[in-house]
Ligand binder design. Structure first.
Ligand SMILES: [Zn+2]
Length: 361
C-alpha cells in the first residue's frame, strides 16, 4: 500500500468534489444563493438545485494565507470582499472566469488547518456543509442570505451525500463485480531504457511505474485482479509484456506511457490514448481518455487513435496504450513531477477501466 500522505511533495492539496453531475447553463446567474460560516467552524452553503460544486484548498504562500475556495456555475453580479474575524482573514466573492462564481475563504497566517480531514457533505439538493476549523477559535458568524431557506419538502438524495474520506476522493470510482475481472497494467520502459526524458531530467520510467502501482492498488480495492508487467525499474522487453497478458487470460491490457516531443518543444502538451483494433479497445481507450482529460485541465486532447504499438497489436484482449502527458511540455511536465497529479491520473485511469469493465463485463 502506498502511503500518500507521507510524501514531502504533498504541499499543494487540491480537493475536487464533484458533487453532482448536472451543470447549469453557463449564462445563468450565480448558483450560490446563500452562505454562512458559523461559530462552530462549519461553512454552510445554499445553492440552486442540482448544482455542480468544486472545492479546492491551497496552503499559504508568500502572497496569501491558507485558502479554501468553492466554484459555482453562474456569474456573480457584485464581486465583494468581506472582512473576517477569528481565524478567518477575509472572504471574497468573485468571478474567476466569465459565467462563474468563486467563494474564497482566506485564513490568517497562524491557523493550523487540517484540510485532509475535511469533507463536503450534501444535505439535500441545494444545501451543503463543510467543517473548516474547530470551535476553539473564537469566531463571530459571517454570512449572506438565508442558508436554511426551505423550498417545501425536498427528498434527500442519498447520492448527493458525498463523504470525502481522503484527498483523492474527488473521483468516485465505480463498483464492479468483485473477483470477476483480471487486468494487466504495463508500465512502459524500465531498466536501461528510461523512456522519455523530460524537463529537469524527469524520467518516463519512474512516472509511469508510480502511476501504474497506484492504478493497481485502486483496482485491487474494487476486487479486480491486477498484474503489473514490472514492479520496479527493470529491463523488460516487449514480447514478455505481451505474453504475461496472453498467458493469464486477462480481460484487458493497459500500457501506461508519457510522451516526449521531437526537439523537446515545451509548447507541446497533451494526452492521447491508442488502441489497435476492435470496438472494445476503442471503448476502453475512450473511457480512459475522457477521465485523464478531466484531471488535466488545459492540456490538449490529442484524442483516441489507432496505433500499431507492439504491445497493443500483439495482445489478444482489448488493449490500449495511454500517454499521460508530455514530459517535454511545460504544462504537463510541471504536473507530472507532482505526486498529487500522478495520483489524479491513476484515479482517472482506474475510473476509465472500471467504467469499461462495468459496461462490457
Ligand atoms: Zn513510452
Amino acid at each position: 500500500m502506498i502511503k500518500f500522505l507521507d510524501n514531502k511533495l504533498f504541499r499543494y492539496l487540491s480537493v475536487f468534489l464533484f458533487l453532482n453531475s448536472s451543470i447549469l447553463p453557463v449564462k445563468s446567474s450565480s448558483a450560490l444563493a446563500a452562505w454562512a460560516i458559523n461559530t462552530n467552524g462549519v461553512l454552510e452553503l445554499r445553492t440552486k438545485s442540482n448544482t455542480n460544486l468544486k472545492a479546492y484548498f491551497q496552503k499559504a504562500n508568500q502572497i496569501s494565507g491558507d485558502r479554501f475556495w468553492v466554484d459555482f456555475p453562474g456569474e456573480l453580479k457584485n464581486p465583494r470582499t468581506i472582512k473576517g474575524n477569528g481565524p478567518i482573514k477575509e472572504i471574497r466573492l468573485g468571478k474567476p472566469d466569465k459565467g462563474k462564481t468563486r467563494l474564497v475563504i482566506e485564513f490568517k497566517e497562524e491557523t493550523y488547518l487540517k484540510p485532509l480531514t475535511w469533507k463536503m457533505v450534501g444535505l439535500d439538493q441545494n444545501r451543503w456543509r463543510i467543517k473548516l476549523f474547530k470551535p476553539k477559535y473564537s469566531f463571530k458568524k459571517i454570512g449572506e442570505g438565508l442558508v436554511e431557506k426551505k423550498r417545501g419538502y425536498i427528498k434527500a438524495n442519498k447520492d448527493l451525500i458525498h463523504k470525502k474520506k481522503n484527498n483523492y476522493g474527488y473521483l468516485k470510482l465505480p463498483e464492479v463485480k468483485r473477483n470477476k475481472f483480471e487486468v494487466v497494467i504495463d508500465p512502459g520502459h524500465g531498466g536501461p531504457d528510461p523512456g522519455a526524458i523530460g524537463i529537469g531530467g524527469i524520467r518516463e520510467t519512474d512516472v509511469v511505474l508510480e502511476v501504474s502501482k497506484i492504478v493497481k492498488n485502486l483496482l485491487s480495492e474494487k476486487g479486480v485482479k491486477v498484474r503489473l508487467t514490472r514492479t520496479n525499474d527493470v529491463d523488460l522487453d516487449l514480447p514478455p509484456r505481451v505474453s504475461i497478458a496472453n498467458n493469464t487470460d486477462a480481460d484487458i491490457f493497459v500500457s501506461i506511457h508519457a510522451n516526449a516531443s521531437r526537439g523537446k518543444r515545451r509548447d507541446i502538451n497533451g494526452l492521447e490514448t491508442f488502441y489497435y483494433r476492435g470496438w472494445r479497445g476503442r471503448l476502453l481507450a475512450k473511457r480512459i481518455q475522457k477521465q485523464i482529460l478531466r484531471v488535466s485541465p488545459g492540456s490538449p486532447d490529442r484524442g483516441v487513435k489507432q496505433g500499431r504499438f507492439y504491445v497493443i497489436k500483439n495482445t489478444r484482449m482489448p488493449a490500449v496504450l495511454v500517454e499521460i502527458g508530455f514530459l517535454t511540455g511545460r504544462l504537463d511536465a510541471r504536473r507530472l513531477e507532482k505526486i498529487t497529479h500522478r495520483k489524479r491520473l491513476a484515479y482517472a485511469i482506474a475510473k476509465g477501466i472500471l467504467e469499461y469493465l462495468d459496461k462490457v463485463g
